[in-house]
Design a protein around this ligand. Sequence first.
Ligand code: 13P
Length: 252
Amino acid sequence: MRTPLIAGNWKLHTTPTAAADWMRSLLEDLTDLDVSRVELLLNVPATHLAVLAPITEGTPVQLGAQDVSAHAEGAYTGEISAAMLLDAGARYCVIGHSERREYHAEDDALVRAKVLACQAVGLVPILCVGEVESQREAGEHETTVIRQLGGALDGVDIARSQDLVVAYEPVWAIGTGKTATADDAQAMGAVMRSFLKGRFGPVADGIRLLYGGSMKPDNAAELLAKADVDGGLIGGASLKRDQYLAIATAAA
Ligand code: 13P
């Protein structure tokens, strides 16, 4: 049984001060949610972690980061290491988001190095994959995603299914209001599961596969009902408490 993971991705939004108020209000609003049936996670800017960690400690809400340095330490001005994120309160880290791949030229080799950097300290990577619109139109979406998974996980091992999360985010669906159909999301989920089984064996049955790309309260239930959609990676809607909670409620 895979507990659904409802993961927000706040991207470059909010301040630590505003986020603290937001989080206190969310915790007050959690009373009606059956938190034994859903895992709640917010991937916030790194500056927010140390502020939010004492607020979320002992609550069902977990924190994650959105990127990490591939390096453990050294002369790398501006970088933030996995150990720093963990110490500041993160338990998960988004890796290889399409916005990092596009605007920061991250390739599969760098994504792989970041997965390993997370694993080295016990931060769970949320590995993002997904095709651009032209690749889907050319019928290359599955080969694209498999190639991304193969590159990012080359030589990577996992002991337990909880040690890795994979998020399928079709790039054409991010922030556009266009969502993959639930059937498209499931089809890719099945392809990814089969690849992961070949790669890791039976442990892959427990790996959570998220869908991301314009997930909203009105399409979440249909997406989350699919066998290989084990949660969501949610951008815009995760900044709105009522929408984030509505999606979590659909998952629970
Ligand atoms: P939206 O939910 O805003 O489309 O963003 C999806 C995303 O990129 C989550 O990582």
